[in-house]
Design a protein around this ligand. Structure first.
Ligand code: GLU
Length: 411
């Protein structure tokens, strides 16, 4: 199934519940603009390599387009289109004043030198800067992109439009970024997992958690949950997966990953397990925090976790989602679970525009407040309508965008 078809299925379920007209559905499901650009870049060897870049601006009824840039070999227009729509519903669920967009480049960052990545990123801005801007469309990091790349984007954008730190978020703290942005997605995943556990009558101490992905999101979520005395019984990344029924030492894992350029392979504090077993391991909470589309009709029935928290974007395909729901598995959907990142991006943007600094405590406090409010709204709606959390989250998000569209009009 195409990624955008999967997002559309979730959207349609919410639209049915909201009784949206066919004309409004079509308007909300259609991206406002889709752009594909050619990025010819000189490699360190002197050869010319041509990369393809994308930006899909899905909806701006509630505010400027907002969403990350993904650098991954599998990036294509359809994936970006689907992720752009997710951003529209995500910013609306947490009720921050943005629309939704996504971009990316089909490239494997591990195959490029830092200088090559810088040239690709600056070329991307050269091609698209007229579509960006603090009041227009604000990129941010996503899979395969880093704070340093956001600094290059701000710097390159400034060459055309002058000093405008609010043109991109997720920047380094020493270059117009804010403390608390980098950890925000993982912190949000952790905090929302605790809220869900509490609503389900479970206590964090001893709760067994498996995490797929040990990048920015997976590491911060693991740390947060281990601090809350949950037991991280398995983690995996593209290099290796490890399990330990007594609980993996998260600080040791982080120390290990620092010494290997971020990879888990070679970790000695757990048993190596086949990567596919990570998703089906016996645990209380499964947190996919890596690629999309990892839980499919083929493996859904083998999943033993009664709770899944979608830290990644779109990790569960719709058919798998139905099978999990039929078995009573509770899924906290991506558009709420990983919304901490874009929420902290909003804080960064607000501070950039005010030339002011809040400090880490305020960032964390405001983040916890906004995510907590969104969680309660989604939970209450799901309870009152007897719906899965995903449909309730989409209803809130889609409903807000629909109302803004009606208020603004299409004149
Ligand atoms: N890439 C992140 C996401 O998928 C953050 C986007 C942002 O901060 O704009 O939510």
């Amino acid at each position: 199934m195409r990624a955008s078809d999967a997002t559309r299925i979730y959207f349609d379920r919410a639209a049915d519940e909201l009784d949206l007209s066919a004309s409004l559905r079509r308007l909300l499901a259609t991206p406002k603009r889709e752009v594909q650009v050619q990025l010819p870049v000189e490699r360190d060897s002197g050869e010319i390599a041509t990369f393809i870049g994308y930006r899909v601006q899905h909806n701006d009824a509630r505010g400027p387009f907002k969403g990350g840039l993904r650098y991954h070999p599998q990036v294509d227009l359809d994936e970006v289109r689907s992720l752009a729509a997710l951003m529209t519903w995500k910013t609306a669920v947490v009720d921050i004043p943005y629309g939704g967009a996504k971009g990316g480049v089909a490239v494997a960052p591990s195959d490029c030198s830092t200088r090559e990545l810088e040239r690709i990123t600056r070329k991307f801005v050269d091609a698209l800067h007229d579509l960006f801007g603090p009041d227009v469309d604000i990129p941010a990091p996503d899979m395969g992109t880093t704070a340093d790349m956001m600094a290059w984007i701000m710097n390159q954008y400034g060459r055309y439009h002058g000093f405008a730190p609010g043109c991109v978020t997720g920047k380094p703290v020493d270059y117009h970024g804010i403390p608390g942005r980098e950890e925000a997605t993982g912190r949000g995943v952790g905090g929302l997992t605790l809220k869900l556990l509490s609503r389900l009558g479970r206590k964090p101490p001893g709760t067994r958690i498996a995490i797929q992905g040990f990048g920015n999101v997976g590491t911060h979520a693991a740390k947060y949950l281990a601090d809350a005395e949950c037991r991280i019984v398995a983690v995996g990344d593209a290099s290796a997966s490890y399990a330990n029924e007594r609980g993996l030492d998260v600080l040791e894992l982080l120390r290990h990953a620092r010494g290997t350029g971020g990879r888990l392979t070679g970790f000695s504090g757990g048993d190596a397990i086949p990567p596919a077993d990570l998703l089906t391991i016996d645990c209380d909470v499964l947190i996919p925090a890596a690629l999309g589309g990892v839980i499919t009709a083929a493996n859904a029935d083998a999943i033993r976790a009664p709770i899944i928290v979608e830290a990644a974007n779109a990790p569960i395909e719709p058919e798998a989602d139905d099978r999990l729901a039929a078995r009573g598995v509770v899924v906290l959907p991506d558009i709420l679970a990983n919304a901490g990142g874009v929420t902290a991006s909003w804080f960064e943007w607000v501070q950039n525009r005010q030339h002011y600094q809040w400090g880490l405590d305020r960032v964390r406090g405001e983040l916890d407040r906004i995510l907590g409010r969104a969680f309660e709204e989604v939970w209450q709606l799901a309870q009152s309508r007897k719906l899965p959390l995903r449909t309730a989250a989409y209803m809130l998000g889609v409903g807000r965008v629909a109302r803004a569209t009606a208020l603004g009009g299409v004149g």
